[in-house]
Design a protein around this ligand. Structure first.
Ligand code: ADP
Ligand code: MG
Length: 673
């Protein structure tokens, strides 16, 4: 098949890179053009086909824009066809006297006439036979028609071998149809098939496709894991010089869980193969100190470390905390973000390149082309789930033979751990530091704000402190800031006896640090904040957290914010103010946060509400996700794929290779970097 470059380009948008990709360009749904209804008998509001002769056709001017309106009729009645957008060719199609076959949903319009808006139309001769098969509707892109897609797919089906990549015994044991049967059925449904059956995920041909896709994912993850095991990485065995000094100056001892995960990490660092470990621990579990200790292990061994966080604010919090520790150890840490001035950036780059900086902290700016480390040994990624799978894999490719520690407060639900994260080793801090008190969560409608203010006054009279988190305004940071300033003013007027501070994302790092220091010293009673305090802030005397417009925030964010209180001896509470009416989604989220305090359960519910795409951050990153399978819906197949993958690699390595080539084509290197 020889296609023009313009068409090739459009096709590549559909993810078609090799001829066999057409086989897996499967229908989104099916249309039934095997039946033609009499106009008057056709059911309403469902896709149907009718046929009639054009009686009338006109382009009406309405509010500057033309509308094409045609009327067709058969022996039983009349049907209005209406096009709000149309091409000249469509006017021609609707010429009076033409016999049209139209496909779409019939509705009664304002005048009570039967009408189809934007039907699919075709001019036919009388007695044109009906199709005998359901028509597949493929994912398409602008400038490519279903007809073209069908032609290319049919050509591919004729030319590409449809052999099973899997051993017949395996397919049989699984009780699935063969690959060729599955693909042929889905592209060319047999006569008499029903739309509902073909579109059901339980339909055996779909089950086979889902299984194959999940198996390809398992195979590539396993191969990635093995490939990594074969690579060499620096042996980062420290002498304990810096780590013991840090441990000594900390005001606390590590919990048993922290000790354990640090040991697991040290084992990896000393093993000679690149570490890929996920450190999981609920909000406040104490991951930062583990990151610092691991970095110091690398530094003691003569290497550098890098710590990357998803947002400037979070990266900055880490920088401020680590700078204190590093300075006390006589070590240098540099800060690298997108917003540095050119000269500052140059200076930081120089310290990274000449090895003077033992640690670099920053956003993804850390991994731009021009950042060259003298001797990078360990990369730490905080809140890794916010980066998304694609960035993780890109970093993996870039980091090459370095060790990687990923941290997340959002536990990975079981299905995700079995699929997208199958190539990682996991350590869990399953214990909070001692002395945390349970937090009482209350949901209060925003109209009861005065009561909430009175509660703040009472809390502060007891000597405690409080946070007031202003609404998240995604569209505008400026507006978010204005709201925060206005809220501070309002609270000052309502609670004149209190000292009320403000912290927001646009403040300079030292201004922010000064406000936080004053809050820590209890010189500020009530701290008004934008969502900047989501992470890292630690003031044990603060016992009350007020969150405005809680309905706008995501579950992970609410869980993080709530985790800012309950860090001391005193009982704490979190008030979620919400604006009515609540959307279905907001109601579901607020119920979850109200009913659960366990981060693991909250993450699981979050996955159920949002689906894995958003959970993984793939929306932003455009990761090639599973196209057909759904890890929640198809969890049984996922488990089978997991069981079969190692067996296939061992017993039938050629089959495994063929399977990966079919499913991932040239793309598997992406997963194996
Ligand atoms: P997260 O895991 O959410 O990143 P942090 O690392 O920010 O948590 O730790 C939360 C707070 O707990 C910090 O103030 C930290 O100093 C403190 N902390 C960490 N480990 C311990 C411990 N073993 N005992 C007491 N406090 C600890
Ligand atoms: Mg943290």
């Amino acid at each position: 098949m020889v296609l023009s470059p313009a068409i090739e380009k459009k096709i590549s948008k559909l993810g078609i890179q090799q001829p066999s990709d057409w086989l897996l360009h499967l229908p989104l749904r099916y249309e039934d053009e095997t039946q033609c209804f009499a106009i008057a008998q056709a059911p309403l509001a469902q896709s149907v086909m009718v046929e009639g002769i054009v009686q009338h056709c006109e382009v009406k001017q309405r509010g500057g824009r033309g509308q094409l309106r045609a009327v067709i009729a058969d022996a039983s009645g009349q049907l209005v066809l209406r096009f709000i957008h149309f091409y000249p060719s469509q006017i021609k199609q609707c010429s009076v006297g033409h016999r049209l076959r139209v496909f779409g949903e019939i509705r009664l319009n304002f005048f009570g006439e039967a009408e189809m808006v934007h039907p699919k139309c075709r001019v036919v001769a009388s007695n044109t036979p009906l199709s005998t098969h359901l028509s597949p509707v493929y994912p398409a892109t602008q400038g490519i028609t279903q007809l073209q897609l069908r032609k290319w797919i049919d050509a591919a089906l004729a030319q590409t071998p449809l052999d099973d990549t899997l051993p017949p015994a395996m397919v049989q044991t699984l009780g699935l149809p063969s690959f060729s049967e599955a693909v042929l059925t889905l592209h060319h449904p047999p006569a008499g098939s029903e739309v509902a059956v073909l579109q059901s995920p339980q339909f055996p041909p779909w089950q086979r496709i889902y299984f194959d896709e999940l198996l390809a994912q398992q195979l590539s993850m396993r191969l990635a894991y093995r490939a990594r095991q074969r690579k060499a990485a620096p042996i980062l065995q420290g002498n304990g010089r810096f780590t013991s000094a840090l441990l000594q100056q900390l005001p606390f001892a590590l919990t048993a869980a922290q000790q354990r995960v640090w040991q697991e990490i040290q084992q990896d660092l000393q093993g000679g193969q690149p570490m890929h470990r996920l450190l999981q621990g609920d909000v406040g579990a104490g991951k930062t100190v583990i990151a610092a200790l691991s970095a110091l292990d690398a530094i003691e061994a003569g290497y550098q470390a890098a710590l990357m966080a998803p947002t400037e604010i979070l990266a900055e919090q880490h920088y401020l905390k680590l700078r204190q520790w590093w300075e006390s150890l006589g070590l240098t840490v540099v800060w690298l973000s997108g917003s540095l001035k050119k000269s500052q950036r140059q200076a930081a780059l120089k310290q990274i390149a000449n090895g003077e900086a033992s640690l670099a902290v920053g956003t993804h700016a850390l991994f731009q082309e021009d950042v060259a480390f003298a001797r990078l040994g360990l990369t730490i990624v905080d809140e890794q789930h916010r980066f998304g799978v694609a960035q993780r894999l890109a970093l993996q490719a870039k980091g090459g033979e370095t060790h990687q520690l990923m941290m997340s407060a959002t536990p990975i639900p079981r299905t995700l751990a079995m699929s997208y994260y199958a190539d990682l080793d996991v350590s869990v801090i399953d214990e909070l530091p001692p002395g945390r008190t349970p937090i009482r969560t209350r949901l209060i409608a925003a109209k009861r704000r005065p009561e909430v203010m009175a509660a703040i006054a009472r809390e502060i009279e007891q000597g405690r402190q409080a946070y007031w988190v202003c609404p998240l305004i995604e569209e505008s940071e400026t507006l978010e800031l204005q709201t925060a300033v206005a809220t501070q003013q309002e609270l000052i007027l309502a609670l004149p006896q209190l000292t009320i501070g403000l912290v927001h994302g646009k403040m300079k790092a030292d201004e922010k640090a000064a406000v936080m220091a004053a809050f820590l010293a209890n010189e500020i009673h009530l701290l008004v904040a934008t969502t900047v305090i989501e992470v890292g802030v630690d003031v044990p005397n603060a016992t009350l957290m007020i969150i405005e417009h809680a309905e706008r925030m995501g579950l992970a964010q609410l869980h993080q914010l709530r985790g800012r209180v309950g860090r001391g001896r005193h009982a704490s509470s979190c008030v979620l103010l919400f604006e009515e009416p609540l959307s279905e989604l907001a109601r579901a989220r607020l119920r979850v946060i109200y009913e659960h305090t366990d981060g693991f359960e909250i993450a699981r519910q979050d996955l159920l509400i949002r689906g894995p795409g958003e959970f993984l951050g793939a929306k932003q990153s455009g990761t090639p996700m599973l196209r057909f399978a759904d890890i929640e819906r198809d969890v049984a197949l996922l488990e089978q794929a997991r069981q079969w993958a190692p067996c296939l690699l061992k017993q039938w390595p050629d089959a495994a290779r063929a399977h990966l080539a079919r499913w991932l084509g040239g793309r598997e290197h992406f997963l194996q970097a």
